[in-house]
Design a protein around this ligand. Structure first.
Ligand code: CUA
Length: 151
């Protein structure tokens, strides 16, 4: 037997949940935001690196650690598509590229992944937006888009 009040609460909860799911799917379609994926932890990924797949395709293996991101500067040409892989060597850190609507968490023992296209030249700031200790406010990196023109 479910109490009437309980039924009401279940209905409200269900409606709010449906709204959340709807807004995620709406944002994915409307703003073309990529929903980050969680990958199984790969022991091979311990060092930060940038892999160039071809002229317009890159992989960034980013490592967050109190209180830096490595690589700290990522140089790519305009129009590049970048797969960001992200992990942490210690506590939970944030990974936010505000201009690109990217919001990921760097978690020890876990890899998160998202794909971003950089169609405009410029400097894109990556900031840690999860409080991670005394140096949190200094934890940042940059994606620098345009370097073939700068040569
Ligand atoms: Cu890392 Cu805040």
């Amino acid at each position: 037997m479910i109490d009437k009040a309980e039924k009401v609460v279940i209905m409200i909860t269900g409606t709010i949940l449906a709204l959340f799911v709807f807004s995620i799917l709406y944002a994915k379609t409307k703003y073309k935001s990529d929903i980050p994926e969680c990958l199984p932890y790969d022991k091979a990924y311990t060092e930060p690196k940038v892999n160039k797949i071809d002229e317009k395709t890159y992989q960034v293996f980013a490592v967050a650690q109190m209180w830096t991101f490595q690589p700290a500067e990522i140089y790519i040409p305009v129009g590049s598509e970048v797969d960001f892989f992200l992990t942490s060597k210690d506590v939970v850190h944030g990974f936010n590229i505000a201009q690109k609507n990217i919001n990921m968490m760097a978690i020890y023992g876990t890899i998160n992944k998202t794909t971003v296209r950089f169609d405009k030249p410029g400097v894109y700031d990556i900031v840690c937006h999860e409080y991670c200790g005394a140096g949190h406010q200094n934890m940042r990196a940059q994606v620098i888009v345009n370097y073939p023109k700068a040569k």
